[in-house]
Ligand binder design. Sequence first.
Ligand code: FPP
Length: 238
Amino acid sequence: MTDKPLNHIGFIMDGNGRWAQRRGLTRSDGHKEGAKNLKRVLEACQKRGIHYMTLYAFSTENWHRPEPEVHLLMTLFRQYLAEAIKEFKPENDVQFRFIGDRKRFTKDIQERMATLEGLCSGKENYHLTVCLSYSGRDEIKRAVQKMMQDAIDGKIKPEDVTENTVSNYLDTAGLPDPDLIVRTSGEQRLSGFLLWQASYAEFYFPKVHWPEFSEADLDDAIEAYNTRDRRFGKVKVA
Ligand code: FPP
């Protein structure tokens, strides 16, 4: 358990390539190791009572990586989805959600995402959201398109739009905003991750590369989070 409520943690899983390079391995090896570590970190979060976990797995910009690397990542997503479907147990009570522009994926990957989401529909203890072909700007653009179409169809009026309305048009509709965002590998930027939702998130940037981000590193992140004074723009009451 954490001291301060930590309901939602986001991970920008950076550094697979550098981790591999340091060991004389290929970038593909780095991604494979990153995928393995993902499972360990998620279990560790669950053990610590964190109910919402969101992962930045593939950005809209990542499509521009060399074709063999994109191909390898697609193979990993396929395998990950197939395993998650095979190993699905209702009692784990995890709701998977895939957000981003999923139309860009091949049909079989889209079908696996839908199958897994269907299997866990109604689960509500843990929420695992995976951002694939995602960027916050693209998400906001798609939300504006939907909202404008609803306005044309007479379903919504400009004067009725609140911040809540905007949140409900985003891919993350219904999820609480992240409390803590961890980006591994020492880079200190969001790179488009949850731009609207991260408004009051705390940030933690460990130097360690994603494949070796351990339970102890997670505890350090939580400890750092516990020392933060979250005022949400207000003045602290003594
Ligand atoms: C960034 O590290 C990582 C990615 C673009 C891919 C993240 C994917 C995984 C962790 C594995 C697969 C995920 C799932 C959901 C199965 P980088 O390669 O940019 O690292 P670098 O900056 O050191 O090159």
